[in-house]
Design a protein around this ligand. Sequence first.
Ligand SMILES: [Zn+2]
Length: 323
Amino acid sequence: MKTMDTLLVATAISLTASQAFGWGEDGHKAIWEVAQQRLTPAAKTRVDSILANDKLELTSVWLDLVRDVGKGKGGPLETDAEAIAFNQQFKYNATWHYVNLPLAAKSYDSAPEFHGIDNIVTQIRVANDVLAGKSNAMAQKAALRVLVHLVGDIHQPLHCSAGFFDISDKSQPLLCTEPSKCKILADQKCGDQGGNLLFFGPEKYDQLHAYWDSDAVYRVAPVGGLAHHLQKLAPTVKATTEGQPDTWPAQWASESVQIAAKAYEGLKFGRCSPPVDGKGLGPIGRIEVTLPPGYDDYSKKVAADQLTKAAMRLAFLLNGLFK
Ligand SMILES: [Zn+2]
């Protein structure tokens, strides 16, 4: 990695360290900025009236900040009454940001045993129903913040997937490619948590997940220039989704897991170490991983495409909701 890249990534990480999951703050902000520019006048009026005076960066990462408060990590909403009440009402909102489908899953619908109770697909549907007036599950303002954030997250391929590993030989973990065997490994908690336990370097944030959240994004465009770059890309990206809007989140997750499967191709897995001090969900603390040559260029293209699709699809969804 070049010095300038290191600096940009370091900046990105310092901005997003508290978030740890999801496109970094810059990615979410750019998605929302571009989506808003693609709203119809009717949708824009409704969005503005629901959000009142939410700042751009608050709307798009509100759900990450709320989760941090729920996990006792503090942050800007630490004493915010709305965030505290939201965490009391939705104790498990930390699981809303992802779904850990096995990389070999053909689609979201084909792998129900990996869905969990609340996941990114179910929660986009809930937020959509609230905004459509079909549900009172939460306030409209919260629902819009949830929708804006999760439509971003669902396009980060590693938010819809996880690698499951046979670690009987700790020096050579084997990536599972068979969904039924992956389920056994998932039950043994032998998953990599969306790439959060795969480390390509010695530092805390040298995780494959963080690489896709931030490193790849900061290669797409320099800090502050991302929204402008995505706007330029939009006419070249095919973002339409077939079928009714309530089927879209499952289709987007299915697309993301296919992309994630490609993102794992060519990775070389090294030693598996147990969690430090016995802390951790399962037997895997970290697995060393080597990225193949050309991975930076490849991930940059994929991230640019996915960020642009997220922005365009968020606008399609809101324009359909608010006619
Ligand atoms: Zn998130």
